[in-house]
Design a protein around this ligand. Structure first.
Ligand SMILES: *[C@@H]1O[C@H](CO)[C@@H](O)[C@H](O)[C@H]1NC(C)=O
Ligand SMILES: *[C@@H]1O[C@H](CO)[C@@H](O)[C@H](O)[C@H]1NC(C)=O
Length: 347
């Protein structure tokens, strides 16, 4: 924050109203930059905050997939999704104590996106779900057959993970160069196919676990969250992240210049994975699955994803599903997303 304030005092004194205080006024600042273009050529396309963010999505009403025990419901009529008095969007989980399936949210953008649009998504998360039994994600999936139309996972983790997972899943013919990973480790060794993004031969595909233990979950929440960025163009895919107040100042001015941000955490070039061929009509999805195979698979694994103690020991329950379905009162603030905003740029 000090960096931003000092910079503002020197360069943008007239705009100081927008640059003082916490970076939670990010969205507010962006509004004033809508018709400007950054030196990298990015112009704001959508500034999604509050009810505008909520209305950008459809609620998918259905039982969850991936062996989860969430029952996805309408966020508005259930009261699980709303704009808080501070303008942030809260996406919660139902707290009825004992249930057959637990009500939660999966919201998908009505609008779909293609690499030919040249897109930059900046997702500003104040708080993410972090507790035993949750499987939250912010991700993109193609509108056609999976995995041929692609999946890109920008924010994903389970239970008390503190290390974010970033992944790209595709059909055949999309590869990642292992040297294009920075500050993260492949989830599957390259020698075992971890650089082949084809989900039909390597389920985890091109996935990495971020090294930083403040990149996800409670440790990120304790420092006011994190911002996650996806650049999706005809040239390829790039993802970055940073904790709140530690990001590049250009973003706070709504004039993102990724060329100055340093090496992405994960990068896939179109020379090894032609994005136009592999990612089609992507929907942006925010969801909180509950239990499910990922959550269950590491339920008894200490240290998985940077969590200290495994959930079996923390909860005293031998499986995720029975914990989720019988302990509703636990799924309060710890199970909720609180989003500052989502900002989409094009060039
Ligand atoms: C998307 O929005 C359009 C225009 O508001 C609407 O007609 C359409 O039904 C929506 N699509 C879905 C899947 O809800
Ligand atoms: C990607 O494929 C399209 C055709 O589907 C082609 O026009 C384009 O040049 C390819 N891009 C790269 C970087 O190879």
């Amino acid at each position: 924050m000090r960096v931003i304030s000092a910079f503002a005092a020197i360069s943008l004194g007239g705009a100081a109203y927008a640059l003082t205080g916490s970076s939670h006024s990010f969205g507010h600042r962006h509004k004033h930059r809508r018709d400007q273009t950054s030196s990298d050529g990015w112009t704001m396309y959508k500034s999604l905050t509050g009810d505008g963010l909520i209305d950008f999505f459809n609620f998918e009403e259905q039982a969850s997939d991936n062996q989860g025990c969430a029952n996805y419901v309408n966020g508005k009529s259930s009261g699980l999704v709303y704009t808080q008095s501070d303008g942030k969007v809260r996406i919660g989980v139902d707290q009825a104590e004992d249930v057959a399936l637990r009500n939660a949210i999966r919201m998908s953008s009505n609008e779909t996106f293609n690499p030919s649009q040249n897109l930059l998504f900046i997702v500003d998360v104040h708080q993410m779900p972090s507790m035993c039994g949750v499987w939250p994600a912010i991700w993109f999936t193609g509108s056609g057959t999976w995995p041929e139309t692609g999946e890109i996972d920008l924010v994903e983790g389970v239970n008390s993970y503190t290390q974010n997972t970033m992944s790209v899943h595709s059909g055949a013919g999309c590869w990642m160069d292992e040297s294009n990973i920075n500050g993260a480790n492949l989830n599957v060794a390259a020698s075992e196919g971890g650089t082949n993004c084809d989900a039909t031969v390597n389920y985890q595909s091109c996935g990495v676990s971020v090294n930083s233990k403040t990149s996800f979950g409670q440790a990120a929440n304790d420092v006011n969250g994190a911002t996650y960025v996806l650049e999706l163009t005809t040239d390829g895919i790039k993802m970055w992240w940073w904790n709140t107040d530690h990001g590049p100042v250009d973003v706070n001015y709504g004039l993102p210049t990724p060329s100055s941000w340093g090496t992405p955490t994960l990068q896939i070039d179109s020379s090894t994975c032609n994005t136009s061929d592999h990612f089609k009509d992507l929907m942006l999805i925010i969801n909180t699955n509950l239990a499910g195979f990922f959550t269950t698979g590491v339920w008894d694994v200490n240290q998985a994803g940077g969590q200290e103690q495994c959930c079996q020991d923390v909860t005293g329950f031998s499986d995720a599903r029975s914990y989720v379905l019988s302990q509703g009162s636990a799924f309060g603030d710890s199970a909720a997303w609180v989003l500052n905003g989502i900002y989409i740029f094009t060039k």
